[in-house]
Design a protein. Structure first.
Length: 89
């Protein structure tokens, strides 16, 4: 909904969040990911303005079930996203 299938911040809600959804394929983001391997997880945990992801979805009529994140979930997310971003052009 936000990053889009191409993970370039082109999803239908990309510009409805504040700050806008970033392009995860840029050289700058890939360098940040390399320098700080936990950056994806920390961006989920340490939202810059609180409950950003659920609030953006809720405000735009997207319904998601509540989910309690566990350590394994964060590790899996970080591994998956790191692989997806590494393959992105």
């Amino acid at each position: 909904m936000c990053h889009g299938a191409d993970i370039k911040g082109t999803g239908p809600l990309a510009h409805k969040s504040s700050p806008p959804t970033p392009d995860l394929t840029t050289a700058a983001f890939k360098k940040r990911l390399s320098d700080y391997p936990g950056v994806i997880v920390s961006s989920v945990i340490l939202r810059p303005n609180g409950d950003l992801i659920p609030r953006t979805l809720r405000e735009n009529g997207v319904k998601i079930a509540p989910f309690a994140w566990g350590v394994k979930d964060f590790r899996d997310l970080n591994q998956y996203m790191t692989q997806v971003i590494a393959k992105a052009r």
